[in-house]
Design a protein. Structure first.
Length: 172
C-alpha cells in the first residue's frame, strides 16, 4: 500500500458490495464466522471515503478462539484475500486485504464477537451514521488530513487515528 491515498464521493454500490462480501465470507467460513458488519466511511451514506470496503467479521467468543480465527483467516484467503499488516489500533484482529493493482479494494478485519475492536468500530460507524454534524466534521477533518499528508498513506492513517481516538473518548 505504498500508493497515494485516493478519496472519492460516496458510491451507493458500496452497500451491494458489502452484501456480496458478507455473503462470501459467511459461506466460505463454514460456521466459524458468525457475523459480518460494514464499517468505515464506505458504510456512511454520503461520506467521502477511500474506495476500500471495510468489514469486520467475528468468530464466536467461545471455545478455542485462536483456532476459529486461524481457520477463518485461511478460508477467507481462499476468496482472493491476502493477510495484511495489523495496525496498532486493531491489535486483536487479523487483517485480510483483497488487492487490485496495489491498493486493496476490500479489507476484512477478523476478530472475535464483542472484542474491543468489534465494539469500537461499530460504535464509531453508528455515531457517524446517526449524527450528521459529527459525520460532516469527520469528513472535513479527513479531507484536511489527506491534503496535509499529500496523499501519503501512513501520515493520513496516523492523522485520522487521532480523530478516531478523540471520537471514542468524547462521544462513545
Amino acid at each position: 500500500m505504498d500508493e497515494t491515498v485516493r478519496l472519492m464521493h460516496y458510491d451507493p454500490r458500496w452497500r451491494q458490495e458489502f452484501e456480496q462480501t458478507r455473503s462470501g465470507v459467511l459461506q466460505s467460513c463454514r460456521g466459524w464466522v458468525v457475523d459480518v458488519r460494514h464499517i468505515g466511511s464506505t458504510a456512511v451514506g454520503g461520506m467521502i471515503a477511500r474506495p476500500i470496503l471495510d468489514v469486520v467479521a467475528a468468530v464466536q467468543d467461545e471455545g478455542d478462539v485462536e483456532q476459529a480465527l486461524a481457520e477463518s483467516a485461511d478460508l477467507i484467503e481462499g476468496l482472493n484475500y491476502l493477510r495484511g499488516e495489523t495496525p496498532m489500533w486493531a491489535a486483536e484482529t487479523i487483517v485480510l486485504n483483497k488487492p487490485r493493482r496495489g491498493e486493496p479494494t476490500h479489507r476484512v478485519f477478523l476478530t472475535y464477537l464483542d472484542s474491543p475492536f468489534w465494539r469500537s468500530s461499530l460504535a464509531v460507524r453508528d455515531a457517524l451514521q446517526s449524527d450528521r454534524s459529527l459525520s460532516l466534521r469527520f469528513e472535513e477533518t479527513k479531507v484536511a488530513r489527506w491534503r496535509d499528508a499529500g496523499g501519503d498513506p501512513q501520515q493520513y492513517a496516523d492523522d485520522k487515528s487521532v480523530f478516531f481516538a478523540h471520537l471514542i473518548e468524547h462521544h462513545l
